[in-house]
Design a protein around this ligand. Structure first.
Ligand code: ZN
Length: 138
């Protein structure tokens, strides 16, 4: 069995962002040489998500609206967590959007559905963040 590990780096200009990382994940898969197996991808942070959904700008605005409704960024003092920090909303948003994705690798390709794309969801940006890609198989 082969094993591959890579860490991708992000530093968004805005506090929140959705980035389609499917091309970078495909590049990792190509680099790994693995043809059959499983790929795991997760942020190495508790204020960011990796999730799978449609690459459609309207939907991304809908996500932003939903997350701001459920866990609004402001006022900061509405959260117990915000004693020393201002990112309670980011922790909550990450929990709603999920931590990681697992994708099957078949015949050297990501075995995704027609409209499935892999996204990095940043909820407390403007700082260095890392995303782990782990692939196992043969
Ligand atoms: Zn925090």
């Amino acid at each position: 069995m082969k094993s591959y590990r890579k860490v991708l780096a992000f530093n968004t200009k805005t506090r929140r962002a959705f980035i389609n990382i499917t091309p970078q994940i495909q590049e990792c898969l190509r680099e790994s040489g693995i043809k059959e197996g499983l790929l795991l991808c997760n942020p190495m942070h508790i204020t960011a998500s990796v999730f799978i959904n449609d690459d459609e700008p309207g939907l991304h605005r809908d996500f932003e609206a939903l997350l701001e409704k459920l866990a609004p960024e402001k006022p900061y003092d509405q959260y117990y967590h915000n004693g020393y920090e201002d990112n309670a909303d980011a922790h909550l948003k990450r929990t709603i959007m999920g931590r990681e994705v697992v994708v099957a690798i078949t015949e050297g390709k990501l075995d995704l559905g027609t409209w499935e794309q892999i996204f990095y969801g940043e909820f407390d940006g403007k700082r260095d963040k890392r995303v782990l890609v782990k692939i196992i198989g043969e």
